[in-house]
Design a protein around this ligand. Structure first.
Ligand code: AMP
Length: 280
């Protein structure tokens, strides 16, 4: 497995990689969720193609009070995990090489980012769109894989690729979970043992809401309240938002019309966890 830190070297290599080139962007601190994306990339690349993972903790997508400094960075361990899964190349540029000190160009999606996580994390999705654009230009992938756990991110990146005519296919991959339902996340390590015990209630609440809407006709606001009440059973949980939306437009939608996305963000202490269920 090649480990590339230099931007110039990545640009040079990207000109001659065997196709299809399949990209998995990450911020490192890898878990089985990320590695499932690598497995998927390997399958899509086939025997002839090439898989690239990127590891870059992107300061532009963290708010001033968020966890950029303390975000875990176990780089050697990450490389070992990627190598064991058969990844062909890791691109891990340094922050100071990725962003000029006076960088003044960004990529902003202006509709889908006005709801859900975009409300509590202003600027976050511009950070995401800008870094993914840069990674697409540097790696020149044919396909790129993103997790459905970050459903809004996936939706926004699909829109970006459509509106800016990037020649990259976006593939969504299902959320990988612990056996108790908690979505795997690099941020789960921040949870205290008691918070970790309560955190599976997030997914349980979304699943119960799915059952509820399949069982009987229920309005959007009733369903949102239902989810809030369910999550409220975890004493340490503080709900940031609950959304019942159309999975393409992310606009509020009555759940009588499927498909509908049930999505939430929940604080446990200062740790913010997100999850969603797509009801088709
Ligand atoms: P991150 O390192 O958190 O930026 O995540 C990198 C990629 O992995 C993103 O496309 C995420 O959506 C995806 N991802 C993170 N956690 C999971 C999970 N539990 N299941 C599937 N994909 C995930």
């Amino acid at each position: 497995m090649l480990i590339v830190k230099s931007i110039a070297r990545m640009q040079q290599l990207s000109l001659g990689l065997p196709k299809p080139v399949v990209l998995v962007p990450t911020m490192g601190s890898l878990h089985e969720g990320h590695l499932a994306l690598i497995d998927r990339a390997k399958k899509l690349a086939g025997r002839k193609g090439f898989t690239v993972a990127t590891i870059f903790v992107n300061p532009a997508q963290f708010g001033p009070k968020e966890d950029f400094q303390k975000y875990p960075r176990p780089f050697k361990r990450d490389c070992r995990l990627l190598q064991n899964r058969g990844c062909d190349l890791v691109f891990a540029p340094a922050v100071e090489n990725m962003y000029e000190p006076d960088a003044s160009v960004t990529v902003t999606e202006s509709q889908l980012q006005t709801v859900m996580c975009g409300v509590s994390r202003p600027g976050h999705f511009t950070g995401v769109c800008t870094i993914v654009t840069k990674l697409f230009l540097l790696v020149q992938p044919d396909l790129a894989i993103f997790g459905e756990k970050d459903f809004q991110q996936l939706t926004i990146l699909r829109r970006m690729v459509r509106d800016l005519n990037f020649p990259v296919g976006i593939i969504g991959h299902p959320t990988v979970r612990e056996s108790d339902g908690l979505a795997l996340s690099s941020r789960n390590v921040y949870l205290s043992p008691e918070e970790r015990r309560q955190a599976p209630l997030i997914h349980q609440a979304l699943r119960e809401a799915e059952k509820e809407l399949r069982r009987q006709s229920v309005s959007r606001s009733a369903l949102e309240n239902f989810i809030r009440r369910q999550i409220g059973q975890a004493p340490a949980a503080r709900v940031d938002y609950v959304a019942v939306v159309d999975p393409e437009t992310l606009l509020a939608k009555e759940p009588s019309q499927l498909p509908v996305l049930l999505a939430t963000a929940v604080f446990f202490g200062t740790t913010r966890l997100i999850d969603n269920v797509l009801v088709k």
